[in-house]
Structures are given as structure tokens and as C-alpha cells.
Design a protein around this ligand. Structure first.
Ligand code: PHE
Ligand code: CO
Length: 293
């Protein structure tokens, strides 16, 4: 689920392990054919639980006014911040709400395996946690990013359906050789999406919500461009994996996101391939931008 290994405590596109210069972190020897493995909860050390708590508390303290309400309301379902959650207990709660589950994986997994899990409403969560020296920045997504960033919105019925549709769409994109275009959609929505609300702009992307610095930057800074959600515009736009984003795309609702991505992408991929790519941060002539909140 990663474009290469410069990426990020801040997000991860579903484009895969094995493309970087380093092998992915994590023990793949215990993984099953679908790349899931046991969480092995009892192997976490007291220091690891404590690091999770410190990461959790730092993020929870800055959600107000920056994270969307759906996220803030659902964060409590992760359970007590003092301990890395047990995935099976979390899955029980999640399944009752939206029929999703979380499953452990050793780390980054190949994109087809990732899509297949999402299509079955199983969200892969990395088992390991970063080291204390990686408190502010970790190259690959760890259990904190995957859980804190992604799982709360899986409690939202519309967003939950979007994630499943994305997985099914990924399997189709693999057959159409369109994974790079689809990965940009993941990046600019699931990882770095912003949403307009009556109270102002808010973040819903996991890469933003699990980042100490990008939460404020994405919503409040005058620096980045904020562009109204536009599927083709997103598919044409490159992204940065080793710094804060210079472009964010803004939805009005999760229903808008679901509806805009429901049509068959086959002709859309074809159309997008005919158009020039857009650099991260570039603004098109005449493009309407949304102001910081
Ligand atoms: N509608 C897309 C397709 O036909 C699938 C998809 C849905 C992709 C939602 C992403 C998000 O390929
Ligand atoms: Co992520």
C-alpha cells in the first residue's frame, strides 16, 4: 500500500510493497495467503502500549475544529487510549455498526491483496508500532496510523460503503492497468481528504488525522491549494509522499464522494490518459480555490 519507501506516517496509497529500495518492515513468514496474520497482542511491550497512548493523546487533543464530526464522534470506538486495541474486540464493535472488520497484516501488502480485503469489508491494519525515535515521523504506516487514522470512519455507513466500493474498483483497475490513476483517488480522499461543513473546513483523510503537524496545516494554512472535489482532476494530479500536501481536494459530503465514484471508471480512465498530468500544487487557469478555515 505504498508508492515507495519515502512515504510516511501521514499516508499511504494502495500501491505497494516491494517497489522501494528496502524490503518492507514486518514479519511476512507468518502471513496467510491473503496476507492477514495474527495480531499477537500479548507480544506488545509496556513501552509499545505507552507509545501508542502518547501518539493517541497528542492527536486527540487537536481534533476539535480540525477533524470532521463523524471522525471525532467515532474515535471513542477505538477503546481505551492506554493500550493498543485488540483487533478482535474492535472488530466486534465495528461489525455491529457497519459490517466491517479489522484484520492484522505484517505491514505493506501487494495492491491486489489490499483491494481484495477491502472488497470483503476487511481493513488491513499493520501489527507493529513505530519506535520511540519515530514519534514524529515514520516511513511506513504502523498500527497507530492504520487504526487511529482509518478505523473511526469505517464506523460511518456511507464512508464504509465507499471503502468497499474502492476495493472492488481496485480489483477492476488492476485488470485495466489503471492502478496509478485509482491510487490518486485513494491518496486525495481516504488519506488526505478535506470536507466542507457548516462550521468550516475539516479533515477526514487518515494521513492528515494521524499526523501531528498536517492536521492544522491542511485546514488552516494559507499555503496549500484547496480544490473542490473533481474525479478527473484528482486522477490527473501527482502527489507528494515526503512532505505535507500542496493540494487538497474538498468534498461536501461522503454521499457526494460515493455518488461521484459510482459510475463505471473504464471510460474515465481512458479520458484521463488523454489529458496531461498535473503537478502536485499546480492550479489550473480559472480554477476556483477554497479558502482556509
Ligand atoms: N466505480 C468504479 C469503477 O467502476 C469503482 C470505484 C468505486 C472506485 C468507488 C473507487 C471508489 O471502477
Ligand atoms: Co493509510
Amino acid at each position: 500500500m505504498i508508492a515507495n519507501d519515502k512515504a510516511v506516517n501521514r499516508g499511504v496509497a494502495p500501491v505497494t510493497y516491494g517497489q522501494g529500495e528496502r524490503p518492507p518492515r514486518g514479519d511476512y513468514s507468518t502471513a496467510r495467503g491473503d496476507y492477514t496474520c495474527d495480531q499477537n497482542w500479548s507480544a506488545y511491550t509496556a513501552q509499545e502500549h505507552d507509545l501508542y497512548r502518547r501518539l493517541y493523546e497528542r492527536q486527540a487533543a487537536q481534533l476539535e475544529g480540525l477533524a470532521c464530526d463523524e471522525f471525532t464522534a467515532a474515535v471513542k470506538h477505538l477503546g481505551a487510549p492506554e493500550r493498543i486495541p485488540r483487533f478482535d474486540e474492535l472488530s466486534n464493535r465495528l461489525y455491529r455498526q457497519t459490517r466491517w472488520e479489522v484484520v492484522a497484516v505484517p505491514g505493506l501488502i501487494p495492491e491486489e491483496a489490499f483491494f481484495a480485503l477491502l472488497a470483503k469489508r476487511r481493513f488491513p491494519v499493520t501489527g507493529w508500532i513505530r519506535g520511540p525515535e519515530e514519534f514524529d515521523y515514520v516511513v511506513e504506516p504502523d498500527v497507530f496510523h492504520d487504526l487511529f487514522g482509518h478505523v473511526p470512519l469505517l464506523f460511518d455507513p456511507v464512508f464504509a460503503d465507499y471503502m468497499q466500493a474502492y476495493g472492488a474498483g481496485g480489483l477492476k483497475a488492476s485488470r485495466l492497468d489503471a492502478c496509478e490513476l485509482l491510487a490518486r483517488l485513494y491518496w486525495y480522499t481516504v488519506e488526505f481528504g478535506l470536507i466542507q461543513t457548516p462550521q468550516g473546513l475539516r479533515a477526514y483523510g487518515a494521513g492528515i488525522l494521524s499526523s501531528a503537524g498536517e492536521l492544522r496545516h491542511s485546514v488552516r494554512s494559507g499555503e496549500p491549494s484547496r480544490v473542490p472535489f473533481d474525479l478527473q482532476r484528482i486522477m490527473r494530479t501527482r502527489y507528494k509522499i515526503d512532505s505535507y500536501q500542496s493540494t487538497y481536494f474538498v468534498i461536501d459530503s461522503f454521499q457526494q464522494l460515493f455518488d461521484a465514484t459510482a459510475p463505471d471508471f473504464t471510460p474515465i480512465y481512458r479520458a484521463v490518459r488523454e489529458l496531461p498530468e498535473i503537478e502536485a500544487g499546480a492550479v489550473l487557469p480559472g480554477e476556483r480555490l477554497i479558502a482556509a478555515s
